[in-house]
Write a protein that binds this ligand. Sequence first.
Ligand code: EPZ
Length: 418
Amino acid sequence: MEKLVIQGGVKLKGKIRIGGAKNAAVAIIPAAILSDDVCTIDNLPDINDVKQLKRILENMNAMVHQDHYSKMVIDTRGIDSYEALGEYPRSMRASYYFLGAMLGRFGRAAVSLPGGCNIGVRPIDQHIKGFEALGAKVSIQHGVVRAEADELKGAPIFLDVVSVGATINIMLAATRAKGVTTIENAAKEPHVVDVANFLNAMGADVKGAGTDVIRINGVEHMHGCEYMVIPDQIEAGTYMLAAAATNGDVIIENIIPKHLESISAKLVEMGAEVKEYDDSIQVIGKGRLKNANIKTQPYPGFPTDLQQPMTVLLSIADGTSTVTESIWENRFLHVDELKRMGANIKVEGRMAVIQGIDKLYGTEVKATDLRAGAAMVIAGLVGEGETHVTNLIHIDRGYEGLEEKLCSLGARIKRVTR
Ligand code: EPZ
C-alpha cells in the first residue's frame, strides 16, 4: 500500500507538458478492433487504465506491441475470442467499449459489467438501447453483458440522456452496420470527436461529431491507420486549478485551449489571470481567489471531472460558493475528506454549499475516486503542514505521473510505502 506525503505551502511555478487524453485513449484502444489490420496509436497516457486495456486485448489474442508507453501497435487480425471477461474489464469503466467494437466487427460480444469510479449509479441502458436499435439482441446475466446480431442495420437513435459512453459505443457498432445511423442528443466532448476522427482514419464515415447529431454511414471494411490521441482536457484542467490554488505561475503545454474555456472563464471570474497561447495556457495566481458558483454540465459546460478539484479552490476562496453536480448523483465523497482538513462544506442532495475559510490543515485523507484523488493532492499542496493521501489506486488509473509532474513545478511530494 502506497501513499503520497505532501508538504503544503509551495507556489507551483514552471512549465508542464500534458499527456494524451485518458477518456479518448480508453475508447480508441478497443475501437482498433474494428479494423482487421494494424493500428498504431500514439500519444497515449502512461496510466493503469491503458495497461488494463492492453491486457484485455492480449487475452483476446490480439498482438499488442509497445516500445514506449505512449505508442501502442495493435494487430487485431488474430483475435479469436469475442469475450472480455473477468478481473481486467471489471476494474474499469471503459471496458464497455469492447461491446460496441466487437459487435461492429464480429456481430457478437460478451463483456463483464464494467467497474470504474464510485460516483453514483452508472447505468448502460442507453448503450443497450442503441445496440438494440441497430438490431442486436442484448442480455445481462451473471454480471456479463452479451450482444449478438446476424446483421447490424443503421437506425435513428435518440439518446434520453447526453452520454459520452453511449454516444461512443453506438458510434463504434454503427461504423460497420449496413446503412445510416444517426445519434441525436449526442455528447459533444472533445474525446467523442477524437474517437470519430480515429474511426474515420480507419476508413469509417462518421460526420457531425462535436455537434449533437452524429451521422454514421456504415462501411464494409476498415483498414489500419496511425493516429495521435488529443491532449487530456481534464489533466490540463487539473494543473490549471493546482496553479491557481497555490497562487503559482504555471504554463500548461501541449493542450487545446478551446477545450478548457469553461475552466479558464471560471478562474478569471475568481480572480486568477489566465493567458491563452496557441497550444498552451498560463495560469497566474493573483492572491486569494473569490467565491464562485459552479454547475457541472456536458461539454462545453464545466466538466464534472473537474468539479472535485475545483471544490478545493472554493473551500479556501473568499466568501460562499456553491457547486451543483448535475451529471453524477454521488460525486461528493471528497467533501468528507476535505472537511477533515478543516473545510466548511454542507452537501444537500446534488448541491454543496462552501463557506470559504482561510486555510486547510494537513492530515490523512483518502482518494475516494480518480478526480477526488487529484482534489486531495491539490488540498495537500495548499494545506498547512503535511497531508497524507491514501488509496492511490484511483489516481494511478488515470493520472500520468501526477506527483512527478507536480514536483517538477516545485511541489514537495513523496510516494512512500505505508
Ligand atoms: C465518461 O463516463 C467519463 N469516463 C467520465 O469520466 C465522465 O465523468 C463522464 O463521461 C461525463 O463526462 C470515461 O470516458 C471512461 P456518461 P460515462 O455516459 O461515459 C447517465 C473520469 O473521472 N447515463 O456521459 O460513463 C449517467 O448515469 C471519469 O475520468 C444513463 O443514464 O458517462 C450519468 O448521469 C469518471 N444511461 C450521465 O448519463 C446510460 O446508458 C452521463 O454519463 C449512460 C449514462
